[in-house]
Design a protein around this ligand. Structure first.
Ligand code: PLP
Length: 483
């Protein structure tokens, strides 16, 4: 092929669309098969990933061949996260309308850094901000920044906190950095998500100098052990413990914290959406008193990946923390997305987030969240009947399950993961291994739970049969941290 042909070829591909029809066909096949295939890829699918180990091609390869390769060797090695029986980590499924909207946005290939770069995404970011405040019951004037996930959203929220707390102490952290700065105190529960500690390290707040507060049996911060707070304090709370789904007691904690002018940030990655459920929103009563919040669209709201959101009561603090300037940057009177986030260029997440909200409506979001909670309760009830131990109070979408002994729990989990019927992760809870079920997809039906419970029972029977045969397993399946 001559050098210049690649351009003509790409023009032809856009024009004749066969490429897109082929991709669409493969997507339809994927969607139709996702509930029947193994939830975790089988050994053959994993082995076939070796096909991708090739030298960087010297010349252009056929477009159809590239899609064929993804379909033949990529798709089978995905985890069936969009199906009804994936319960790993806290990975959400996907709302079909949001997926379709994302396809459109992908074709538009927008960059929402500035309004002038993409008026439509600027507009949708604004609309989503209003809808988020309404749905989550957050104070008027709260601003949103659209980022990759809760880790980055927490980074933004804590950067705003750092900026605001130090400004009160007459210290401009953007200009002077942290060297020589007056100290601020950071108060965090022992049960904070691992991403919080990563963020504290990234922001120079130091993982070892923070004040750690013990948690209760459900992983809630122990309110009575929170030290006296003042206007130099940053307090981190949690809406939805990643293992138990428990919520910190916001009402009891936020009110005095605010009276003492501490900054409160809430990690609500998957749990903050509880506020959209009239039946369950009392679990997070008082969360709206905080100063900043992080939440994910891609978890329990089921937007496509990736979609994280930082929300901040004080626009100025967030914008000051995310300050950016450059001679060529053309700010407008409209919303300029990059003022609220660390990045300049980003994908147009607001398109699929907006489509999710508009499709579901207020009732639909509540139905989504309530459905997950009901399926989690069903799991707990049925597993208890089958003599599994339920290790947490099932208040939300998370269930922690254990067998009779730590070894039995581990081996049962290994057998579940190998079964292909469903997939769960493992964790350590109260010094004991546990199987961790996270119901995070709208696609999980009561029948999916029935089938999965059967898989649990079979997996335990297999473990016990192995012990009887003297083939005790030594499974290594416990994931310590989880998204
Ligand atoms: C998933 C999760 C995070 C991290 O979110 P990402 O979107 O994976 O960056 C933080 N906190 C909690 C409680 C989570 O569940």
């Amino acid at each position: 092929m001559k050098k210049s042909d690649i351009h003509a070829q790409m023009r032809d591909e856009l024009k004749d669309k066969r490429l897109f029809d082929q991709a669409r066909q493969y997507v339809y096949e994927y969607i139709d098969a996702v509930d029947e295939r193994p939830v975790f890829p089988d050994e053959r699918a994993i082995r076939n990933l070796d096909r991708f180990d090739e030298a960087l091609p010297e010349r252009s390869q056929s477009a159809a061949g590239i899609l064929d390769m993804l379909n033949a060797y990529g798709a089978p090695a995905t985890v069936a996260q969009t199906g009804g029986r994936y319960f790993g980590f806290v990975n959400g499924g996907v709302v079909p309308t949001a997926l379709a909207a994302r396809w459109m946005a992908d074709a538009w290939d927008q960059n929402p850094a500035l309004y002038v770069i993409s008026p439509v995404v600027g507009k949708l970011e604004q609309v989503c901000e209003n809808w988020l405040c309404e749905l989550l019951g957050l104070p008027d004037g709260t601003v949103a920044g659209y980022v990759s996930g809760s880790s980055t959203a927490t980074l933004c929220g804590l950067a705003a906190a750092r900026q605001a707390l130090l400004r009160r102490l007459d210290w401009d952290v953007n200009a002077k950095g942290l060297f020589g700065a007056p100290p601020i105190r950071v108060i965090v529960s022992h049960q904070a998500h691992s991403s919080v500690f990563k963020v504290l390290a990234l922001l120079g707040l130091g993982k070892d100098r923070i004040e750690r507060v013990p948690a209760d049996s459900q992983g809630r911060i122990d309110s009575s052990r929170i030290p006296d707070l003042d206007d130099r304090c940053l307090l981190l709370l949690q809406a939805g413990n990643v293992n138990t789904g428990a919520f910190d007691r916001f009402e009891e904690i936020c009110d005095p914290a605010k009276k003492n002018d501490a900054w409160v940030h809430v990690d609500g990655a998957f749990g903050l959406w509880v506020k959209a459920s009239p039946a369950r929103k009392a679990l997070a009563k008082g969360v709206e008193l905080a100063d900043s919040w992080s939440v994910d669209g891609h978890k329990t709201l089921n937007t496509p990946y990736d979609c994280g959101i930082v929300l901040c009561r004080q626009r100025d603090s967030l914008v000051a923390a995310m300050q950016a300037s450059g001679d060529y940057i053309q700010y407008s009177d409209h919303r300029d997305g990059m003022m609220h986030v660390p990045e300049m260029s980003r994908r147009a997440r607001a398109v699929d987030l907006w489509a999710t909200f508009r499709y579901l409506g207020r009732d639909g979001v509540a139905a989504l969240i309530d459905g997950m909670c009901e399926r989690a309760a069903q799991f707990a009830e049925q597993l208890a009947i089958h003599r599994f131990r339920i290790r947490n109070e099932v208040v939300f979408n998370q269930v922690l399950v254990a067998g009779d002994t730590p070894a039995q729990t581990r081996d049962t989990l290994a057998n579940i993961q190998a079964s292909g019927v469903c997939w769960c992760g493992g964790t350590q809870w109260d010094d004991e291994p546990a199987i961790r079920i996270s119901v995070s997809s709208w696609a999980t039906t009561p029948e999916d739970v029935d089938r999965s419970v059967e898989a649990f029972v079979d997996a335990r029977s297999k473990a016990m049969a192995d012990y009887a045969d003297g083939r005790g397993g030594h499974a290594e399946t416990g994931q310590k941290t989880a998204p």
